[in-house]
Design a protein around this ligand. Structure first.
Ligand code: MG
Ligand code: FE
Length: 162
């Protein structure tokens, strides 16, 4: 493997761990959004996308000859980050959760931009196409969260005074 190929493999593994962390966060958040059906729908839709993304990444890793038996261990690296986020689930947890998700989507956008360029650099058109597809889902989720944040905040505040 060239250094570029090694980097691509490492970044695919990191992205897989990131998606597993995303799945954990989205599940936790979905369970706290019963009073906010629009956000719940959005979160649950992206949860499904996230699970498919993790699977697509696993397939990319396998296609490139990588070992996927240790993927679960790598996910541990992201735990600290996730715990930091889950610590935000306090009284205004729905607002903090939405902010954290918005931030997380942008981290994902950055990760896939890097992966697309790396896949292109090593001539792996299939991995590049997969990551381009995922990137569009992350951008759409970031966009959806952005458009829901003001309304969500208004609804959260109005519920405090009843
Ligand atoms: Mg994702
Ligand atoms: Fe995402």
């Amino acid at each position: 493997m060239t250094k570029a190929e090694e980097n691509l493999m490492a970044w695919l593994r990191d992205a897989h761990a990131m998606e597993e962390q995303a799945e954990t966060m989205l599940k936790a958040l979905a369970g706290r959004t019963d009073d906010y059906p629009e956000i719940k729908t959005l979160i649950e839709k992206h949860l499904g996308e996230t699970q498919r993304q993790a699977k697509s990444l696993q397939e990319c890793i396998q296609r490139r000859g990588g070992d996927t038996s240790t993927l679960k261990d790598v996910a541990g690296k992201m735990v600290a980050f996730g715990q930091g986020m889950s610590g935000m689930f306090v009284e205004d947890e729905i607002i903090k959760g939405a902010m954290a998700s918005y931030t997380f989507e942008h981290m994902e956008v950055a990760a896939y931009q890097v992966l697309i360029a790396a896949a292109e650099a090593v001539g792996d058109g299939r991995t590049k196409a997969v990551c381009e597809g995922i990137l569009q889902e992350e951008l759409a989720m970031a966009d959806d969260l952005e458009s829901h944040l003001p309304g969500l905040t208004g609804k959260y505040l109005s519920r405090l005074d009843v």
